[in-house]
Design a protein around this ligand. Structure first.
Ligand code: AMP
Ligand code: FE
Ligand code: FE
Ligand code: ZN
Length: 281
């Protein structure tokens, strides 16, 4: 069966694998297609498409946007959008700047708690342009304040902990629109972890296209459940591993995938939508 993983992270957000490593790993494991979906960043996508071509692996454009709905953190995945879309790139630049400033604020909070760590310690952990809490956590381990990344989150960085700083987010409606105006389609990421079950109908009214039913942190019953919910709501399904690489706990790459048929449905929907927009213009 042809395997497709539409949820992968690289060093361009908080993953530990370079784009080339992700592509090689996917090709070796017999995958037919993948998408790199870094948090609020598409820096790795053009390289992934190029390297994918050499390796005979189809790569579609992808991103995972940080969004919010009624105080709930929601992640919206975007696929098949135009990488050069101006509005999308302008918005992603805002995310990147805000993440940098948030990193500085987290360090300030840690310093106020008496912890000796500098923003430079954090920056050293960042391989791409986006700063995330995992980089701060790694820095806390590196300077010897915490034993593990997990401990850093549990003691300081998780929501409700003393050095927590919320990140810049856009509304779910705006996230869906941003992806659509760039020619892409939008999927609700890991609804089982985000507890977004009750929101699917509302997001569908905002023209959400798909639900990420298959995900490494979904139980089998949740996968089936969200497939059913997608069908009931007239949405397609997407899926993937959400693999962040070896150093971020158990690598989840491999057993979590959708089929090529499901990818084709998503791609056709994106094409149909693009054609409609051109007709209207
Ligand atoms: P950020 O987008 O900067 O808020 O960082 C969120 C990322 O941190 C998530 O995508 C996970 O990769 C990671 N993360 C969140 N909570 C934890 C945790 N308790 N332990 C380890 N990693 C976590
Ligand atoms: Fe992450
Ligand atoms: Fe996510
Ligand atoms: Zn993810």
């Amino acid at each position: 069966m042809s395997k497709v993983d539409l949820h992968l992270h690289t060093i361009h957000s908080d993953g530990t694998m370079k784009v080339g490593e992700v592509i090689n790993r996917a090709a070796q494991a017999g995958f037919s297609a993948i998408a790199i979906t870094d948090h609020d960043c598409i820096d790795g996508v053009a390289d992934a498409i190029r390297i994918g071509k050499e390796a005979g692996l189809k790569v579609v454009s992808g991103v995972e946007l940080s969004a919010i709905y009624q105080n709930h953190d929601i992640h919206i995945l975007g696929y098949f959008f135009d990488l050069k879309n101006e509005k999308l790139n302008a918005e992603l630049q805002k995310f990147i700047t805000a993440r940098y400033e948030r990193g500085e604020k987290i360090v300030e909070k840690l310093n106020k708690l008496g912890i000796r760590i500098s923003f430079e310690d954090v920056r050293k952990r960042v391989k791409g342009r986006t700063v995330g809490r995992p980089h701060v956590a790694e820095a806390l381990v590196k300077v010897g304040v915490c034993k593990t990344v997990r401990e850093a989150f549990d003691s300081f960085l998780a929501e409700g902990k003393p050095a927590y700083v919320p990140k810049y987010k856009i509304s779910v409606k705006d996230a869906i629109e941003l992806i659509h105006q760039a020619g892409g389609i939008a999927s609700l990421a890991h609804p089982g972890i985000s507890r977004a079950d009750d929101f699917i109908e509302q997001f569908a009214k905002w023209d959400l296209d798909a639900v990420e039913a298959m995900h490494s942190k979904h139980w089998d019953v949740q996968v089936d459940y969200f497939k059913m919910r997608a069908e009931q709501t007239g949405l397609l399904i997407s899926g993937g591993s959400d693999c962040h690489g070896e150093k971020r706990g158990e690598p989840t790459f491999g057993p979590y995938f959708i089929s090529m048929e499901e990818l084709v449905k998503l791609e056709q929907l994106a094409e149909n939508k693009k054609n409609k927009t051109t007709e209207n213009n």
